[in-house]
Design a protein around this ligand. Structure first.
Ligand code: 6AU
Length: 266
């Protein structure tokens, strides 16, 4: 199948080249899964990606969870991600003023040099988008930002007014590839999709085939409901890396996501 046939309006309307890249990879590998690889060592990350790389479309990291970080080790992970055609997504959740966000793109982890996508909160003002983009520009790279429009954690402060502000900052921005939505609620994902329209993506964490697995305020919905309500990529962490058989689990999430996008149709 072609990306046009699978993604329909989204393919036609998303102008960001990174959005097209992820949509192409998703179709080629028949998966809409972004792996939340929340591991604490580079070797664990590498072994996880070796196992489940064929069943995922993007790799999300929290580089500050890794206790043995070194540029050399991280480069091995980057090469492995490339082998599997995975976009690298650092879930940094930038939240500071624009200038500091630009500087935080550098620093010890040098996110600007390897991440294709990062997350940012809108809390400090709209200039955070320019700050992050300037970080990439400093090393002559271009990346995409996912703004947090909703969250999956209970009691979060991102109410509907806040969500509206996030969308008005992101809409039309060449740097904003899309938004993080609350995957645990298909109602909220549907509302977010109506606000966003077809020209940007929605990625949803808070996804687990076991609705009751959430710990410390995390809430879960399932891949099917999230995608048919308007999510484009499901972000799955412990549902895969915490499973006894993680290859089997990754296949299950990939299949569920792929059948849901085909069902969603144009
Ligand atoms: O599947 P889990 O619950 O093991 O992991 C969910 C992942 C974690 C969180 O940092 C992240 O998704 N996340 C985010 C993101 C992606 O920004 C936002 C949110 O509202 N909830 C959430 O869990 O790596």
């Amino acid at each position: 199948m072609t990306p046009e046939a699978v993604w329909g309006r989204r393919w036609e309307n998303c102008a960001n080249p990174l959005a097209h890249r992820i949509m192409e990879v998703a179709v080629k590998k028949k998966t809409l899964v972004c792996l939340a690889a929340d591991m604490t060592s580079v070797s664990e990350l590498i072994s996880l990606v070796k196992d489940v790389g064929p069943y995922i479309a993007a790799l999300k990291t929290h580089v500050d969870l890794v206790d043995d970080f070194s540029v050399e080790k991280w480069n091995i992970l980057i090469d492995l991600a490339k082998e599997h055609e995975l976009l690298l997504f650092e879930d940094r959740k930038f939240a500071d003023i624009g200038k500091i966000s630009q500087q935080q793109m550098a620093g010890v982890h040098d996110i600007r040099n390897w991440a294709d996508i990062v997350t940012a909160h809108r809390i400090s003002g709209p200039d955070i988008v320019d700050g992050i983009a300037a970080g990439w520009a400093d090393v002559e790279r271009i990346g995409g930002i996912l703004l947090l429009a909703q969250m999956s954690s209970q009691g979060n402060l991102l109410d509907s007014n806040y969500t509206n502000e996030v969308i008005s900052t992101g809409k039309g921005s060449p740097h904003v590839i899309g938004y993080i939505g609350n995957g645990s609620s298909s109602k909220e994902v549907g509302e977010l999709r109506s606000l966003v329209g077809d020209s940007q993506m929605i990625w949803t964490p808070g996804i687990n085939l076991d609705n009751n697995a959430g710990k410390m305020g995390q809430r879960y919905g399932n891949p099917h409901d999230s995608i048919t309500s308007g999510s484009d990529i499901i972000i799955v962490g412990s549902g895969i890396h915490g499973a006894e058989d993680r290859i089997h689990a990754a296949k299950l999430y990939a299949e569920a996501s792929w059948s849901a996008i085909l069902e969603r149709g144009q």
